[in-house]
Write a protein that binds this ligand. Structure first.
Ligand SMILES: Cc1cc2nc3c(=O)[nH]c(=O)nc-3n(C[C@H](O)[C@H](O)[C@H](O)COP(=O)(O)OP(=O)(O)OC[C@H]3O[C@@H](n4cnc5c(N)ncnc54)[C@H](O)[C@@H]3O)c2cc1C
Ligand code: SF4
Ligand code: SF4
Length: 1022
């Protein structure tokens, strides 16, 4: 189709006029839709986010009239490049996401294409039903995408692929005909229903049957006889005696029609499952045993190899579970599940598995998991397989191009062995995992596709591997589809005659070539680098960064870590990504931001893109919750990237009055505190609130934090003699003597750090208060607790003192109290934040050198020492300080474990504490410590809950333009939960802004946990 600029402009203008949906044609939006989870990148012409099927139909009609191709899209998580094209993208994921009807009796559901699998299954759970095709991307894969990809999952052995579970599709053809694709009887078209079908559809049925009649012999000869064959069109499913036309659409990758609705077959949820975790000393042994294990009738047999086990052990989140289910150092593990309604039968099969393993020469090699929670935890690690692999940093990455070949089980051991040797021959290696039960193993050789030589290697490996798969009569495309990476190889796999038949199918459905051109048929070469994400001319623009990005090989390297797997699109993940969950926009998604940054940093959005308004808008709703830092499988840390972006943006555009007011709070707070009653007038006088909205952009609907008339003034001075230090702490990784790096800090800042002794000489002071026993603890009181809620700091001091610690308040040599610099970082004022960090490092140096723990109350402040300090002041000193800094609850928990925290608390029998973890607590895995600290109170029942951010996120919720969104985010979980808490429940929230949001929007009073501990220890007279 011709694609000149005028056609594109006309298209955009018409779309804006004629449809109700969102129309996105700007360079940033097009950039965000130019990648899926493959190695490819093709910029679309524009994007439509339709509000209804009528909208989608109208957009497709306009595209047809303007002769512009169309690319339907769901979550954009495909791995083969089937979701990128120079076309008009129709994004179904935002509005076309309804479950239309569920027929419980008939076990069917009708859904719109944008429904996400996990959401559908949550809806079905009430009827004890589920949709059984379970790709690892269940949290964000849409049913439309799954249908078009013929997706499959771990349990395909029992339930099959999408093609076995889709009953019908309501589809829109390229010429505008809408038709129901479903069962067609053998006597068609004499059948009465045939008459009700559009003639266009009947013509398609006739043509497909004629094609099948003609090609039946060739199909029988050339189609691989394995369950996991998803390549090409499903012409093997056509049958003169009656067949389902929807099966032709399944696996068609958006090339034949647009799906309006899909009818799915549902299954009852098995009442009971058991898991046998089979350990093998050799990889070959595991592969050779698979067939015998499959004979026992499991619902899944999934492989995890040694590399994967080791990589998962390195991930803190997974370590405990891995240590529980992996015995010793196996070369491979097969996770074998038996599921059904008859528990004794499942257990009998599990015993049979144990016996079989013994017979195979592996006695005692099965770990039995019958506890559902344990099974779930093990499956979670398996589901994260690819992500665990992709956490690899640097340019060499596991590349997806032959990772789902499928062979017969009898060939599995030889196939994997030979493929490993092919990798070795080309100087690379791969990690193996996934669907052993159906002979479809995922493996990605590690290659650097930014380099021509490595791309050539990729092609050579692909050719050799696919030739081998052909030898075994297997399938080169067994799960993820064809797209750009595999369509080219259909000719070799199926032969020319079948490929011509595929072309005939395409032409019959879509003679104009409207839908997703260049996939499945008439595809370009898989190694055409002009289609790659990293094209031959890919470069990083030179940039002087404010933060240390050396771990990623630079700022651009950090942005490149996003591989588009879409985990951040999950609407029900723990934290990530609140702004997406509230808006549903690709722009306001971790992935959308990472892609925008990558494109800007490589000059693909123009020379000034990094500091442009478009980039500001892209980053505006990132609330720096750090959810992605923990939950993004590849460790994309957008909160840190936002600081870097803001730094450059501020350098170019300066600082707005509101940002200045918030950023410099720690500097003027000591003065403002003297006139606290005046400062608080704004909250009592609506006209002042209105003025603050008008001139500063602070929402008039929000109360600002209340200035305390008596701010916290530090612990009382230390008595003589000097306190006893804690036992020497264990050395930290890379730890050197504090101060040893003096002069070795950022050359850019010229910052120098004094060692402890010289800091003392410079006059750093410390005041303190001693409890019995007198072990020293530095209590670092942040600006917010000091000036707005000083009772929290006093409570912390009391609890620590009662527990026998000597509480030290570190003072800087001169002037106002110490500050972590958080407010400066939030405004991108990295140099100011660095100044604060340097004061902090200097003041704390003697305490750090003495091994004194540094304890703080406000998660976002204290964790700045741990997270951002090393990035703004790289070097051993900040690393050591980071290692010594603890949240109050972490300190209490670790001291309790060491037997040093023995303070008694008054029992609270029958009472419940409902704890909302601050996002940064979650990001640093400290919520458990908070729970443990509260559980020191006898009889107190401590509850936590999964929810994303409260929505306040520092100053975000106070900003007039973000007030509504802030509430919307809070309503996703935290606010309803707090509102619903029974009267008398102790509400705990350690974040200052969380407490404000809860008070403001839920009308409930949450407290820092230290206040609860203080009350309980005071009550016992401690
Ligand atoms: C980490 C990771 C793990 C994965 N694990 C699995 C796995 O276990 N099993 C598996 O099968 N796949 C897996 N995949 C691949 C992918 O997630 C699945 O294929 C998924 O079903 C794609 O869903 P999506 O909504 O992202 O589709 P998209 O990528 O958005 O689209 C997929 C195809 O569907 C077409 N399409 C979308 N909507 C429509 C519509 N309304 N009408 C017509 N065509 C449409 C698109 O044009 C495209 O060709 C994995 C991918 C990743 C990144
Ligand atoms: S930001 Fe992380 S979770 Fe989101 S798509 Fe990129 S890699 Fe995946
Ligand atoms: S920091 Fe939070 S809001 Fe920002 S991208 Fe990450 S998860 Fe989303």
């Amino acid at each position: 189709m011709p694609l000149d600029n005028r056609a594109v402009s006309r298209l955009e203008a018409r779309l804006r006029r004629e449809i109700r949906g969102e129309v996105l044609f700007d360079a940033f939006s097009r950039g965000r839709y130019s990648t899926d989870a493959s190695i490819y990148q093709i910029e679309p012409l524009g994007v439509v986010v339709p509000r209804s099927r009528e909208d989608a139909a109208a957009a497709i009609a306009i595209a047809r009239e303007e002769e512009v191709p169309v690319l339907p899209r769901g979550g954009g998580t495909s791995q083969c490049g089937q979701t990128v094209a120079r076309a008009l993208v129709i994004d179904c994921s935002k509005y076309l996401d309804r479950v239309i009807a569920v027929d419980v009796e008939g076990r069917r559901a009708r859904v719109e294409p944008g429904v996400v699998l996990d959401r559908l299954n949550r809806r079905l759970r009430q009827d004890r039903l589920f949709f059984p095709v379970d790709p690892s991307t269940a949290s964000r894969a849409t049913i439309g995408g799954m249908t078009a990809n013929n997706s499959c999952g771990s349990r395909s052995l029992r339930y099959g692929n999408m093609v076995h579970n889709v009953r019908g599709v309501d589809a829109l053809l390229a010429d505008g005909t809408a038709a129901w694709f479903g069962e067609v009887p053998g006597n068609f078209p004499a059948d009465s229903n045939g008459g009700a079908m559009p003639e266009r559809y009947r013509e398609l049925v006739r043509r497909m049957r004629a094609l099948h009649r003609r090609e039946a012999g060739e199909i029988e000869r050339r189609f691989p006889k394995v369950l996991r064959r998803v390549g090409g069109y499903n012409i093997d499913s056509i049958d003169e005696g009656g067949h389902n036309m929807a099966r032709l659409l399944v696996g068609s990758e958006g090339t034949l029609a647009f799906f309006n609705e899909i009818e799915l077959e549902l299954q009852p949820i098995p009442a009971h499952r058991v898991l046998g975790i089979c350990h093998f000393p050799t990889f070959y042994g595991a592969m050779a045993a698979t067939r015998r294990i499959v004979d026992l009738g499991p619902s899944a047999v999934e492989l995890v190899d040694r590399t994967m086990i080791e990589l998962s052990r390195d991930i803190p989140m997974f370590r405990a579970v891995v240590d529980r289910f992996v015995q010793g150092e196996p070369a491979a593990i097969l996770l074998t599940e038996f599921a059904g309604d008859d528990p004794p039968e499942n257990l009998r099969r599990l015993r049979a598995l144990v016996e079989l393993m013994g017979d195979l020469g592996f006695p005692g090699a099965v770990v039995e998991a019958t506890d559902p929670a344990f099974q779930q935890a093990v499956w979670e690690i398996r589901a994260q397989g690819l992500n665990i692999m992709m956490s690899m940093k640097g340019d060499g990455k596991p590349v997806s191009f032959l990772e789902d070949c499928a062979v017969r089980l009898e060939d599995l051991a030889d196939y994997t062995d030979r493929l490993t040797r092919i990798f070795e021959k080309h100087g690379t290696y791969g990690t193996w995992y996934a669907h052993a039960s159906v002979g479809c193993l995922h493996v990605r050789p590690v290659l650097n596709v930014k380099q021509e030589l490595e791309v050539r290697k990729m092609r050579a490996i692909a050719e050799e591997a696919f030739a081998m798969v052909r030898e075994y009569q297997g399938s080169h495309s067994g799960e993820h589809g064809d797209g750009l990476v595999r369509s080219e190889f259909h000719e070799a796999m199926f032969g020319g005659r079948i490929v011509r038949a595929f072309e005939e199918v395409k032409d019959a459905f879509d003679p104009q070539g409207l839908f997703n051109p260049g996939k499945i048929v008439r595809a370009p070469k898989m190694d055409d680098r002009s289609l790659f994400r990293f094209k031959p001319d890919y470069r990083h623009l030179p940039i002087d960064t404010a933060l240390d990005w050396s771990e990623w090989g630079g700022f651009a390297g950090a942005a490149e870590m996003c591989n588009n797997n879409g985990a951040c699109r999950a609407r029900d993940a723990a934290v990530m990504c609140p702004s997406f969950r509230a808006t549903g926009d690709e722009q306001h998604l971790t992935r959308g931001r990472a892609n925008s940054l990558r494109l800007a940093l490589s000059g693909q959005l123009g020379p000034e893109a990094l500091v442009s308004e478009d980039m500001r808008e892209t980053m505006a709703l990132c609330i720096s919750c750090k959810g992605c830092k923990r939950e993004c499988p590849t460790g994309v840390d957008m909160a840190r990237m936002k600081i870097e972006f803001l730094h450059h943006y501020r350098e170019r555009h300066g600082l707005a009055a509101r940002d200045r007011l918030i950023a410099y709070l720690p500097r003027y707070a000591p003065y403002a505190a003297h006139i606290a009653p005046v400062m608080n007038l704004r909250n009592r006088m609506p006209f002042l609130a209105n003025l603050s909205e008008r001139f500063l952009g602070l929402s008039a609907g929000r109360k600002l934090p209340q200035w305390a008339t008596h701010p916290y003034r530090n612990a009382t001075p230390p008595p003589q003699p000097s306190p006893r230090p804690l036992p020497k702490p264990p050395p930290l990784a890379g730890e050197g003597r504090v101060g040893a790096t003096s002069g070795a800090l950022s050359a850019r800042t010229g910052a120098r750090l004094s060692d402890g002794a010289s800091s003392m000489r410079q006059g750093t002071r410390a005041s303190g208060r001693v409890g019995a026993g007198g072990r020293a603890v530095v209590l670092l009181v942040d600006t917010f607790n000091r000036y707005f809620e000083p009772e929290n700091a006093r409570a912390a001091e009391r609890v620590l003192t009662r527990a026998g610690y000597h509480v030290v308040s570190p003072d800087p040599a001169r002037g106002r109290p110490l500050c972590c610099g958080r407010t400066f970082l939030a405004a991108g004022l990295v140099d100011e934040a660095r100044r604060e960090a340097r004061r902090m490092l200097d003041a704390l140096a003697p305490h750090v050198a003495a091994g004194t723990p540094i304890v703080g109350l406000e998660p976002s402040c204290l964790l700045t020492l741990r997270d951002e300090f090393p990035a703004i002041m790289p070097g051993a000193a900040s690393k050591v300080l980071a290692g010594r800094s603890q949240l109050f609850e972490e300190f209490v928990d670790s001291e309790r474990s060491a037997g040093r925290f023995t303070l008694a608390f008054a029992p609270m029998e029958g009472r419940t504490a409902l704890l909302h973890g601050h996002c940064h607590q979650k990001a640093f895995d400290t919520v458990d410590a908070a729970v443990s600290a509260l559980q020191l109170i006898p009889g107190l029942n401590v509850e936590t809950f999964d929810a994303t951010c409260c929505g306040m996120a520092g100053a975000f919720g106070y900003e007039a333009e973000h007030h509504a969104l802030s509430l919307k985010i809070g309503e996703l979980g935290v606010l309803p939960k707090m509102r619903a808490a029974a009267p008398g429940t102790l509400l705990a929230a350690n974040g200052t802004s969380c407490r404000h949001q809860i008070a403001d929007a839920a009308g409930r009073q949450a407290r820092h946990l230290v206040r609860i501990l203080d009350d309980a220890s005071a009550a016992i007279g401690g």
